[in-house]
Ligand binder design. Structure first.
Ligand code: GLA
Length: 394
């Protein structure tokens, strides 16, 4: 992918906004996408995750209206939604497509603040859509940031992240955890976010771009199963948690149990639930090791946690696929690669490799060739940097 540089993207976005809606210049906003270094499928289990906001995301051009209409469009898609705010309801509709995310945020913002004024918004992105880099969280967070700024409501970043999260769970109906919206809303240049989802509590941990970089490897395999498969994993984890509460002890989150406690409940659980729970409790330990390694700049140990995380998400959590397995394995075989794993929910889309700075080009060539030979299609590669958090673009 070679996205437009931000200045050109913003010019195109403003032009599209004015063509669609006319009138005065809109204000411009940005929210980043994210990758998650380690802590796969832990957020909705009350665990610890280690995401970082990236230097790509979603831009929004927005202007308040004097009536109660909501009009949404995007730079590169056909769909234009024009709906009366009074008719929004509490759930998205199929004909709204991607616009369900910003409409859900508008609905949540209105519930939180009582403000029901309409708005015109045009969106554009420089992040691959629907491939595991959280374009949906970025569109939610940029909408929340825009509404907050246009109305001067001064909600803090956590409140905006929660409005964004509720749009996805309540309005759109994906039972995701809080990681993506928090990673986007709380992003900081040069830092990764250690997010303890049980609180939630968080701290920022420096990430040294001179020492290593994150290569995103997009298999371009569509994530058809992502929504149903994701919700199924959430349900399986909830079932495993119920059994542990009944048979071992009553803890508030699945991620809080130890491997020993899980072993004690083995007879009470079928094999599938046991494996799902084993991924969760072992992934907690990997996140702890990864954070400690990151703090002491030990990228070999950090990378080993990514490799182990990939194996566990593939074998115990069953959310990988041949394409993700092959591309991560190919990357691991290259010089300068500390570790590799799928990112996001899995089921296709992107993987990441943690690479010694400067070595990514060679890794992309080698892993791309192995992948192309096996599947007959070319993956795409992107070197992403730890990005800034969201905000208004001057
Ligand atoms: C998706 C969800 C997140 C998280 C990840 C898996 O990205 O939106 O909440 O559960 O999958 O770690």
């Amino acid at each position: 992918m070679s996205p437009l540089p931000p200045a050109r993207l913003l010019a195109a976005l403003t032009a599209r906004f004015q063509r669609e809606f006319g009138g005065a210049r809109p204000r411009l906003f940005f929210a980043p996408g994210r990758i998650n270094l380690v802590g796969a499928h832990l957020d909705y289990n009350g665990g610890d995750v280690l995401p970082m906001a990236v230097d790509r995301g979603i831009y929004a051009a927005a202007r308040l209206r004097d009536d109660g209409r909501l009009r949404l469009c995007s730079l590169d898609q056909e769909l234009v939604v024009d709906v009366d705010a009074a008719a929004i309801g509490s759930r998205t509709r199929p004909e709204w497509g991607w616009a369900g995310y910003p409409l859900g945020v508008w609905h949540g913002f209105q519930q939180r603040t009582g403000i029901a004024r309409g708005v015109d918004i045009t969106f554009a992105g420089d992040l691959p859509m629907a491939s595991g880099l959280s374009s949906s969280a970025a569109i939610e967070v940029v909408t929340a940031i825009a509404l907050d700024a246009l109305h001067g409501t001064r909600l803090d970043r956590q409140q905006l992240a929660l409005v964004a999260h509720r749009a996805e769970t309540g309005f759109v109906g994906v039972r995701c955890g809080i990681m993506d919206q928090f990673a986007s809303a709380l992003g900081r240049a040069g830092q990764v976010l250690l997010l303890r989802c049980a609180g939630p509590r968080w701290e920022h941990v420096p990430f040294d771009p001179e020492a290593c970089e994150v290569l995103v490897m997009d298999t371009r395999k569509p994530r058809h199963l992502a929504k149903s498969g994701f919700n199924e994993r959430v349900a399986q984890c909830a079932n495993a948690h119920e059994l542990l509460r009944a048979h071992v002890r009553d803890l508030p989150h699945l991620a809080s149990y130890t491997l020993d406690e899980l072993e004690q409940s083995r007879d009470a659980m079928d094999e599938v639930l046991f494996r799902r729970a084993r991924h969760v409790v072992t992934e907690m330990a990997r996140t702890a090791l990864a954070v400690a390694a990151l703090r002491r700049h030990d990228y070999a140990t950090l990378g080993a946690q990514l490799d182990a995380s990939h194996r566990s998400t593939a074998v115990d959590f069953a959310v990988s696929c041949d394409e993700l397995d092959v591309i991560t394995e190919a990357a691991r075989g290259c010089d300068g690669v500390f570790g590799a794993r799928l990112t996001g929910a899995g089921f296709g889309g992107c993987a990441i490799a943690l690479v010694r700075s400067g070595a990514s080009q060679a890794v992309a060539e080698r892993a791309g060739a192995v992948f192309a030979e096996r599947f007959g299609t070319a993956p795409s590669f992107d070197l992403l940097r730890v990005g800034n958090g969201p905000g208004e673009v001057a």
